[in-house]
Write a protein that binds this ligand. Sequence first.
Ligand SMILES: [Zn+2]
Length: 565
Amino acid sequence: MIDKSIFDFVKKGVGIPVNTPGGKDIGIYMCAGPTNRLVGEEEGSNNIIKLNYTGAPGTASALYYALVFMMNGEGWNIAKVDEWIEVSPVMQEYYQITVSQKKALEGQIKEGIASAAASLADYELLMHDIRKYGQVLKYFVDKDEQSLKSMFIDQVDIHTDLPNYPASLRTMVSRWPTIIADFHKLEEKDDKSKDIAKKLSISEAEALILSTKNKLYKDWKEQIKQTATERYKTLKGLTTSKEKTIEEYRTWLKPYITRYKMTKLGGESPGGRSEILKSFADISGTATYSNQIQVWAWKKLVPEEIRKAPLEKGDNKFIIDPYDSWTRDNLILGKNGLASIYPWLKNKRMYCSECKEYYENEIEKCEKCKRRLIEKTVADQIVDKEIKPAWEKKEMSLNPSELYYTFMIFDVFRAGSRLPVGQIEDITFNITTYAISQNILLVKLLELKCRDAEFEKYIDEILGVRSGEQNIEALVKTDFPALFEKEKKPKNELEAFKDELYKVIDDISGKVKGIEVPKTDKIMFAKPGPYETDFADRISKFYLRPAGKEFGAVKEFLKSKMGVG
Ligand SMILES: [Zn+2]
């Protein structure tokens, strides 16, 4: 549904390199299985197969659903990763129907967007005001007296001029050229004109004006602080309800947009997909449509030797953190990592190691504990805040006390054809199976999150939600806690010392966290990692064999349904 390639299991290059016997990565992670997914028709192989079925319209799709339901019941987690439908212009009649269906979808989407647009416009106005009042509040938080004074001079005091009666500081400049600079020099306690005259060495007349202006300024400051705080609170409430409305439109439109996006008219799609359609057309001569789906399925993989004495099931804590530094630096953020497809994974985020909170890039100190924040990435945030918590809750067939998983990839090609004798439906399952360690599964889970995020972004673009929204949101979230505190404590030497101390601790704990894996060839001599290291014996015997059995069960199920088993 999105125009991004899959971060595949590969021999080399972008993707997850499949282990080879004697490979340097063995032990750091396990990813055992075929390196070339779409070629094999090796009947004898226990991890790759291509199964084809042709039948009456509807029978092939029924096979697909039967498979998904069966696997769901067997403890697999099933995720549809990608889907495309492509319609060939060869069959004019069918093609025209699809074109009109797509037009109708377009109409429904546009109608939805028009209604959403009104809400969006309101929302943006509110956001503009929020930003305005937010800025004022920020002056107070920062004790930025000069900016407040400038605001007073330009937006309040300027309106005190009457015809033929210059009363504002701006117009008085012609009489006292330094009056604005002098006004900026005043402190809150400066209220007596005599003292001001002495302090600034200016005339009594100017000092009198300044003392009056300073009093007005103080009154205004109190007032504006109160108004801005109240307006800010009210506006925040309003934006929350607007956000809800927009969210509702979003939810409502999503299935339409999904359908719209994944339906391609012949010739619309780049390279690969139309090639596949052509190859089907070659077989039957008159393919009307093709539908391609990629599905991932995973399930815990218990090594065969352990089956007799099951692992002690502890609490929901990871035996080994699946997010180790090697996986992060190589498979996710590295040159050939996931971030080469989704560059925004590398975007900076700030992190408080005490409160385990993530903040926007610009923020320097934790809002709760005032600790100095350390630099992390969007990838870290998604893993820490979304993937690992779901894992610990044992969602999606995940389990923190399991280290290995069977991972299956189904590339499903379905095509409809019209033959002289009538309609037929043809379906091909390309199935590949891998035995993987949990850190590899984590990368695939992150990829799923990335694909979701890209699609959400696409919907936002269609809805016209402007980018840059992020910063406003951050402003709202920040909420100016300091403003409602009594007094901001001045930073003293002890605090500065603490900052330094935290920095050192963060640096150290950052290094010991996760698994340290040497990046050089020394890897041959060091203990490489926490996962299985003996490929020839243990990995093939204890892991690939049970994974192969799972694969066999799926294969036999499909064959029996196809009537060839
Ligand atoms: Zn904190």
